[in-house]
Design a protein around this ligand. Structure first.
Ligand code: GDP
Length: 354
């Protein structure tokens, strides 16, 4: 299952684009709050699960919508709810992974964030920069230039250039398309380069079918002509859809698992280790042991891991202070486990010294 989260100010065409991308009508019963209701609005997190079929393959998507983003008068940290949501999914996965039923984990980790940028400003706004910077270490950010039909072709080009420059200048780490191997097909390399040069994807959404010159298509009809959502000359809609549901879905999942989730996991283990070292220090000083864990529900597997860590802390401390604190036996059967123990001890030493 792929889980994209949609972020952007109200009115930028998020719901319309989601309906167009996945040919759904997710927002039929939507009630848009008025200005007064939006003054103090906080960001909601709404999850829609849909099934789509792509070239005969059935895919399930959980789309996380964030109505209210950037809507309040004070939008300081309006991305905090999104950040918390991403962390909660990582935490749930971490718990499940440490539990007994590891084989049947439901993976709800967020795989990408479609960030809508207004076409009406002069490049990125402060909220865009702040939000993307707050989330870039946790999720694959794919920036989108919303409502591209409101810009001329030249404007789309120059806005894209400016936004790419700003993304670089502000140190925002958006999703990086994988590098092609040198022996890769030239056509494939060209397609990948076009993808990279198209960031932020200029998108157009429409909920209706337009009938023009005997053809029916998803589009927008204006007094001066029609714009076709799926026409590559009019927008990058098809490019975005293809990468999301076909060409790059697996890479988005891999990067989530190997980089974003690993960062979270390492941080979590480091916090647990720090707490254990602190409480061990308290024990040594004769004070009461306060042993909070970042993860509330402790299952057997978790307890076993904690027990092992506890043992390792004891060994480390007995090395540090020269006397055995207590004597449990350890059997580390392979070099890998010994190497791991050594790494953990080094990490704990750094924690202690820090
Ligand atoms: P959301 O609040 O971000 O979900 O925005 P909506 O999808 O509800 O769209 C807000 C308004 O913008 C509606 O009137 C849409 O018809 C219109 N809209 C949506 N997508 C586009 C687009 O690509 N171009 C233009 N010009 N208008 C759009």
């Amino acid at each position: 299952m792929c889980v994209p989260v949609i972020v952007g100010e109200t009115g930028l065409g998020k719901s319309t684009l989601i309906n167009s991308l996945f040919l759904t009508d997710l927002y039929r019963d939507r009630k848009v709050p008025n200005a007064e209701e939006r003054i103090g609005q906080t960001v909601d997190i709404i999850k829609h699960t849909i099934g789509i079929e792509e070239k005969g393959i059935k895919l399930r998507l959980s789309i996380i919508d964030t109505p209210g983003f950037g809507d309040a008068v004070n939008n300081t940290a309006s991305w905090k709810h999104v950040e918390d949501y991403i962390d909660q999914q990582f935490e749930q996965y971490f718990r499940d992974e440490s539990g007994l039923n590891r084989k049947n984990i439901q993976d709800n980790r967020v795989h990408c964030l479609l960030y809508f940028i207004s076409p009406f400003g002069h490049g990125l706004r402060p909220i865009d920069v702040e939000c993307m910077k707050a989330l870039h270490e946790k999720v694959n950010i794919i920036p989108l230039l919303a409502k591209a039909d409101s810009l001329t072709q030249a404007e789309v080009y120059s806005k894209k250039l400016k936004m790419r420059d700003e993304i670089k200048q502000f140190g925002i780490n958006i999703y990086q398309f994988p590098e092609c191997d040198s022996d890769e097909d030239e056509d494939f390399k060209r397609q990948e380069q076009i993808l990279k040069d198209s960031i932020p994807f200029a998108v157009i959404g429409s909920n209706i079918q337009v009938d023009s010159k005997g053809r029916k298509f998803r589009g927008r009809s204006y007094p001066w002509g029609v714009v076709e959502v799926e026409n590559p000359i009019h927008s990058d809609f098809l490019m975005l859809r293809n990468m999301l549901v076909r060409t790059h879905m697996q890479d988005l999942k891999d990067v989530t698992r190997e980089i974003h989730y690993e960062n979270y996991r390492a941080q979590c283990i480091q916090n647990m280790t720090r707490m254990m070292v602190n409480s061990r220090n308290k024990l040594i000083r004769g004070s009461e042991v306060d042993f909070p864990l970042p993860l509330a529900a402790v299952d057997t597997e978790m307890e076993r891991q904690i027990f092992e860590k506890d043992e390792e802390v004891c060994i480390l401390l007995s090395h540090l202070y020269g006397s055995p604190l207590h004597t449990h036996s350890h059997t580390y059967t392979d070099h890998h486990a010994q190497g791991k123990l050594h790494n953990q001890q080094t990490a704990m030493l750094q924690v202690q010294q820090g």
